[in-house]
Design a binder for this molecule. Structure first.
Ligand SMILES: Cc1cc2nc3c(=O)[nH]c(=O)nc-3n(C[C@H](O)[C@H](O)[C@H](O)COP(=O)(O)OP(=O)(O)OC[C@H]3O[C@@H](n4cnc5c(N)ncnc54)[C@H](O)[C@@H]3O)c2cc1C
Ligand code: FES
Ligand code: FES
Length: 486
């Protein structure tokens, strides 16, 4: 396999080639320390506050897409073939403010200003996609941006007013779209990228077969997809992650499509990209989905990473378990497929051997008569990790429960099915009493922990309550607690 020793990308429209990139170098440090583009701020350095938001454009199926991402945990090497846009790119001739900036000024959307460039970039990304967003869409786009002094009302007013100051059709990123697309296409040479800097090595395989080969050659490598977990190992735990193998540029792993009886999801599909198809097939997931992290993290984090990290409080594993998903793992040319629940062996222990990677996820398409729900219980509505996460998939025919798949996160050392509760439901009448009885069986399935997110007693009680909520929702009662913001 031919390789090259440098990454090539565009920064604010300029060609950049770097051959001294380390495995754990972040985009934020590069922008601020090396390019002196200090408009992009560092607040938390862990993907939470959004002060570091930039846009990253990349080609997918030949088409250029820009997404808001957190520069603090975006690893530099992964930018090969991308266009990075920082807040400095927004200034017009003679310092003319961009429509997003002008609207923020007029609506007093900034006080100390520290968070402002991040808000500007998130609103810019939203405005490019939806020039006249609803309040709900604005709030969703700003879930990953925190402001400690202005308050959000003026910022939301500004977001609604941007179009008074200009149109995306006249924006620089639109006008130069063809040119950037041509230049990014020219950067795609089909080669493996192999960056070596002292003891810090980063590899971007040329394609999925090459990834399999690289992992056989370097089985101790850290795989990095969206870096929304691994980025924090670098910025918070100062961990040496070299050698690193990147996955998120591989189009094959980013594929999501409907097939006859299932949805095929490449392990590198981001939360955002999964949303359209998965929530279309399973509409109950829509409200749940935008409670996963904030917009920037959903643009970066992948379904594969959420499974592979094996966290007991990851949000997608309980959902995928309840839906009956299977995963395919690959080592070299050998593949094996298993029900996703079998992947989670114990706390911190997954069924993954050195040199192996998660390649695809297969989610059955919904059958008739199935009733689905997914719930996330967390301290904050937005940008928070679950205390408890629950997913229900129950089939009812002629008033009798034929099958039940129910899975929980936050209740055990791994995401896990509630086997006793499932058993208690099958063959029973679809009635509140059946759900209440099944909830009592949870005590045989789980002995949850007390930690700073929730006590054991709370976890058990809220889990039982979710059975009643599930019943209420599917029996015509309105129960949109999770839609209430505040
Ligand atoms: C601010 C913030 C908010 C968050 N909120 C939530 C939330 O609400 N809910 C939630 O569930 N999570 C949340 N997370 C955690 C994180 O977003 C997820 O776990 C994410 O899905 C990880 O995916 P990634 O692609 O970023 O993984 P990475 O960080 O790239 O990798 C994570 C782990 O998976 C491994 N890995 C990645 N891809 C593969 C593969 N294909 N095969 C084998 N191993 C692989 C990596 O080696 C690593 O061990 C949050 C994180 C942050 C920073
Ligand atoms: S600095 Fe807070 S999200 Fe990046
Ligand atoms: S204006 Fe001060 S943090 Fe937002």
């Amino acid at each position: 396999m031919h390789s090259r020793p440098n990454i090539r990308f565009l920064l604010n429209g300029r060609d950049i080639s770097l051959d001294d990139v380390g495995a754990s170098d972040t985009l934020l440090d590069y922008l601020r320390l090396e390019r002196r583009l200090t408009g992009t701020k560092e607040g938390c350095a862990e993907g939470d506050c959004g002060a570091c938001t930039v846009l990253v454009g990349r080609l997918q199926d030949g088409s250029l897409r820009y997404e808001a991402v957190n520069a603090c945990i975006r690893l530099m090497a992964s930018l090969d073939g991308c266009h990075v846009v920082s807040v400095e790119y927004l200034s017009g001739p003679h310092g003319k403010l961009h429509p997003v900036q002008q609207a923020m000024v007029e609506h007093h959307g900034s006080q100390c200003g520290f968070c402002t460039p991040g808000f500007i970039m998130s609103l810019y990304a939203l405005w490019m996609q939806k020039p006249d967003p609803s309040e709900d869409e604005i709030e969703t786009a700003l879930q990953g941006n925190l402001c400690r002094c202005t308050g959000y009302a003026p910022i939301i007013r500004a977001a609604k007013a941007i179009t008074e100051h200009g149109s995306p059709a006249e924006d620089a990123l639109t006008m130069e779209r063809d040119d950037i697309t041509t230049r990014l296409s020219a950067l795609q040479d089909g080669k493996r990228v192999d960056l070596r800097k002292d003891n810090s090595r980063a590899i971007l395989p040329a394609n999925t077969d090459d990834l399999a080969q690289v992992l056989l050659e370097t089985p101790d490598a850290t795989m990095v997809a969206g870096a929304t977990d691994v980025g924090l190992w670098v910025t918070k735990f100062l961990k040496d992650i070299s050698p690193v193998v990147f996955l998120n540029h591989l189009e094959e792993l980013r594929k999501i499509e409907r097939r006859d009886d299932h949805i095929h999801i490449g392990a590198g599909v981001s939360y955002s990209d999964a949303e359209a198809i998965l929530c279309d097939e399973y509409p109950h997931l829509r409200a749940f989905w935008d409670r996963i992290a904030g917009w920037q993290i959903r643009n970066m984090g992948t379904i594969g990473g959420n499974i592979a990290n094996g966290s007991p409080i990851g949000d997608t594993p309980p959902v995928l378990i309840a839906l009956g998903a299977e995963i395919t793992l690959r080592r070299g040319d050998a593949r094996r497929t298993l029900p996703i629940e079998d992947f989670f062996v114990d706390y911190g222990k997954q069924d993954l051997v050195p040199g192996e990677f998660l390649e695809t996820i297969r989610v059955p398409r919904p059958g008739p008569d199935a009733r689905h729900s997914a719930y996330k219980i967390s301290k904050r509505r937005d940008e928070d990790i679950s205390s408890v996460c629950a997913a229900f998939n129950v089939t009812v025919q002629n008033g009798t429960i034929q099958s039940a798949r129910i899975a929980f996160g936050g209740m055990a050392a791994t995401p896990k099915r509630a086997a006793s509760a499932e058993q208690a439901l099958v063959g029973q009448t679809w009635a509140e009493a059946s759900l209440t009885a099944a909830a009592e069986a949870l005590a045989q399935d789980f002995s949850p922990l007390t930690d700073w997110r929730a006590s054991a007693v709370y976890r058990m009680q809220v889990s039982k309550n979710l059975f009643r909520r599930f019943y209420a929702e599917h029996s015509g009662a309105t129960s949109d607690v999770q839609l209430v913001r505040g």
